[in-house]
Write a protein that binds this ligand. Sequence first.
Ligand code: COA
Length: 261
Amino acid sequence: MSDFQNLLLSTSGNILNITINRESKLNALNQATMLELRQVIQSIYEDTDIRGVILTGAGEKAFVAGADISEFTDLNEMNARKFSEDGQEIFDLIENCHTPIIAVVNGFALGGGSELAMACHMRVATEDAKFGQPEVNLGIIPGYGGTQRLTQLIGKGRAFEFTMTAEMIDARTALAWGLVNHVAETKDKAIEIATSILSKIASKAPIAIELAVECINAVFKHDENGYQTEANAFAKCCGTEDFKEGAAAFLEKRAPEFKGH
Ligand code: COA
């Protein structure tokens, strides 16, 4: 993978770790970082060796404190739609990725940072994490898919309160609201939890995992009938060698050996 200016990449086994690395700006997402994110996520689509991704922010203070406000001065009604759509497209790539992506949310996840975490398949937060959509403080609204994903994850009433008051919530509230899957005492522990989830998923049949992502996301697509997507995906799974192996292994009381076809 190419060298990035704003992302740190490392692998541990078949897990790729992506760290947003602009600690002095609380990992705010400038356009250069967004382009790098697009590039790295696209590369995961083509890489069958990577079986899971952990996305986090450098340092202890922030996951991502939002889109980079210093780049907002040029935004106007004409170019802001593209700004929003480009960001949405990158976050859609994350959400639709066949490889599971877990956000390890350390510290602030604000604005685009909260939206980035929500685009991931799961979220593990540290005890000191703080989530917020402070856009209304700046006279805007979330533009990277936040209004939609918030409503999906925490429900309409809470999404209204969260977005319209711009109040931050702590990790425990985020857990109670369903915004995060787990809360851990430290970042290391959060990475341990995320790694353990990804390792479990890596032992399953890859095609089944890919299709589970497609079907769960289909619930929220207006132009798609999620039940039909599920039936099609179920049929596709039943045509795979891994399905035969999974069923045979169960009946023969042994662990399955999935090959990904
Ligand atoms: N965009 C650009 N720069 C940002 C940023 C953002 N979203 N969030 C933080 N930074 C920068 C600050 O400007 C500061 O840079 P400087 O040292 O060059 O002045 C640095 O990161 C540290 O932030 P600072 O505000 O000094 O830290 P703090 O501990 O006092 O406050 C926050 C932390 C997160 C509460 C505060 O930075 C903040 O409110 N950030 C903006 C959050 C936001 O509105 N995000 C949504 C954007 S749509």
